[in-house]
Design a protein around this ligand. Structure first.
Ligand SMILES: [Zn+2]
Ligand SMILES: [Zn+2]
Length: 365
């Protein structure tokens, strides 16, 4: 079928909206009419080729839409179902079988391989084949073929124009807190970075009942916004040493911390701001080969724990419905982080995300 897609052609270059041909869905796929798709930092870094996904490609990995066709071998989905699209995983490796599909040993190939496992690509135009199946979905298209195992069926009354980011950015921050750190009611949490991932982590900490929630960043407006959304304390790390500030606020160190930046000195600050036997998590992506300092002499005695967390270590089919339920109950207002853009304005949305004007842009088709 013919459809329209935003095609990434070269690093640091605007996406091109083009008419493209979409092939038929395979037996393990769903064809989805995309209603909306969030834009995530990973779309920008792949456009810029931090990881070598073959260009040209259709990016987009926070899609939400309506099932239009169901592959012959797919169970549990019907035409007309509403779905949120999460990352693809194999379902058969030991990590998948152990309940940690975001650490699937085939994760890279399935999500960054540029096409299906057999090498075929869904999209093409007069100039040739266009890479597809980014995160199993390539959702910057009006219609796309997605790996059914990555799709999450959501209730008929679910607001699809809002829910796409639950498939990556919002799941990353909230999952790291709810699935990995698991702060108890009354505990203290510090979050480094006030982007969409950090703010989602903050909202999750609040939903979990943490009563001291410290947000660290260098942008005063963002820190102010974090306070409006529920942070109890903010630290501008341009002006104040965050380690000392956090130790003072918490009386010695914070119990749980999240680094959403992937910036080496920030990671070091997180490790040093933890209380004895505190638990920190890193979710921020860094270029391959990035190293961070880690004072094993001091930290050994503190007994802290550090977790590296991909996509919130979630099982999306279990976790995303929980986030939808929390949102419906009013305790996880992630919609306050989002702003909608028309498909034609997708490059403006990328720019607004990069310069921080918009925390979580959502393209509505
Ligand atoms: Zn797997
Ligand atoms: Zn993402």
């Amino acid at each position: 079928m013919r459809t329209r897609a935003a095609v990434a052609t070269a690093p640091q270059t605007d996406l091109e909206i083009r008419e493209v041909e979409l092939d038929a869905p395979r037996s393990d796929e769903l064809q989805v009419k995309v209603v909306a798709s969030g834009i995530c930092h990973t779309d920008a870094i792949i456009r810029d080729q931090w990881y070598p996904v073959p260009l040209p490609t259709v990016l987009g990995h926070e899609g939400a839409g309506i099932v239009e066709a169901v592959g012959a071998d797919v169970e549990g989905f019907a035409v007309g179902d509403k779905v949120v699209l999460g990352p693809a995983y194999c379902g058969r490796c030991e990590q998948c079988l152990d309940g940690h599909p975001m650490f699937c040993v085939n994760f890279y190939d399935r999500n960054f391989g540029g096409g299906r496992a057999d090498g075929s690509k869904s999209f093409s135009d007069d100039s040739g084949e266009i890479s597809s199946h980014f995160f199993g979905q390539s959702s910057f298209a009006e219609h796309t073929n997605v790996v059914a195992s990555g799709a999450v069926k959501v209730p008929d009354d679910a607001p699809l124009d809002l829910l796409g980011p639950l498939g990556c950015g919002i799941m990353t921050g909230s999952g790291a807190v709810l699935n990995v750190l698991q702060p108890q009611p009354g505990s203290s949490v510090a979050v480094f970075g006030t982007g969409a991932v950090g703010m989602s982590g903050m909202l999750a900490a609040k939903a979990a009942g943490a009563t001291t929630i410290i947000m660290v960043d260098i942008v005063p407006e963002r820190l102010e916004f974090a306070k409006e959304l529920g942070a109890t304390h903010t630290v501008n790390s341009k002006e104040t040493d965050p380690i000392e500030a956090i130790k003072e606020i918490t009386g010695g160190g914070v119990e749980y911390a999240l680094d959403t930046t992937g910036v080496p000195p920030v990671f070091a600050q997180m490790t040093k701001s933890l209380a004895t036997r505190g638990h920190g998590a890193l979710v921020g992506a860094a270029k391959l080969g990035t190293e961070a300092p880690f004072d094993i002499g001091t930290l050994l005695l503190s007994g802290i724990k550090i977790s590296m967390v991909v996509e919130g270590d979630a099982v999306p089919q279990e976790f995303i419905p929980r986030l939808i339920a929390l949102h419906a109950a009013g305790t996880f207002p992630f919609d306050k982080l989002t702003k909608s853009y028309a498909f034609e304005d997708i490059n403006q949305a990328f720019a607004d995300s990069a310069n921080g004007t918009t925390l979580k842009p959502i393209i509505v088709f």
